[in-house]
Design a protein around this ligand. Structure first.
Ligand code: FES
Length: 155
C-alpha cells in the first residue's frame, strides 16, 4: 500500500458518512467476524493510520569524529547509532551488528551511560562503558554528544 492509498483508507475510516460501516460501530461479534475476514489487510490499514500525525520520538544530534573529520547526524532515540552514521558516510568498522564483536566501538569523553542506552551489549564491561566506550550497533542515543570512532584496543 503506498502513501496515498494509506491516506485515503485513514480518511475513509474517519468519514462520518461511512463510519456506520466501520467495525468500531458494530456489535462485538460482527466486528470480530469482519476483522477476521479482512485479516492482514485490516491490520496494515490500522497500523498505517496509527503512524500518522505528530511523532513523540525524540531525536538527538550525534557528532562522529573519524579520520575524515566531523559528521553530525540526527538520530532518533529508537535508532541504533551505527546505521544512520554509515548512511551519513561515517567510517565505522562493524561485523556482527549484535553487540558481540566490538568492531563498531566508539569513545565518548565521559560516562557513556549518560548519553546512550545499550540493548544487547555482550562485549564491553561496565568499567569500559563508564570510561566512555560504547557499541554503535546496539546503542541508542539519549542526549546530544560527540563520539570518536575507534576500538578499545587502539587506546
Ligand atoms: S558490530 Fe559487532 S559489536 Fe557492533
Amino acid at each position: 500500500m503506498d502513501e496515498r492509498q494509506n491516506d485515503s483508507a485513514c480518511q475513509l475510516s474517519n468519514d462520518p458518512k461511512t463510519s456506520a460501516a466501520t467495525p468500531r460501530n458494530l456489535p462485538d461479534e460482527e466486528r470480530r467476524r469482519l476483522l477476521t475476514a479482512i485479516g492482514g489487510v485490516g491490520v496494515t490499514v490500522i497500523a498505517g493510520c496509527l503512524d500518522q500525525g505528530e511523532s513523540d520520538v525524540t531525536a538527538y544530534n550525534v557528532v562522529f569524529l573519524d579520520q575524515d573529520g566531523r559528521t553530525e547526524v540526527e538520530i532518533s532515540e529508537d535508532e541504533k547509532l551505527l546505521y544512520p552514521a554509515l548512511d551519513a558516510g561515517v567510517d565505522i568498522p562493524y561485523a556482527c551488528e549484535v553487540g558481540r564483536c566490538g568492531q563498531c566501538t566508539g569513545k565518548y569523553d565521559g560516562n557513556a551511560n549518560e548519553v546512550v542506552t545499550h540493548d544487547g551489549n555482550e562485549f564491553l564491561d561496565e568499567d569500559q562503558i563508564e570510561a566512555g566506550w560504547l557499541l554503535t550497533c546496539v546503542a541508542y542515543p539519549r542526549d546530544n554528544f560527540e563520539l570518536e570512532v575507534a576500538h578499545p584496543d587502539d587506546e
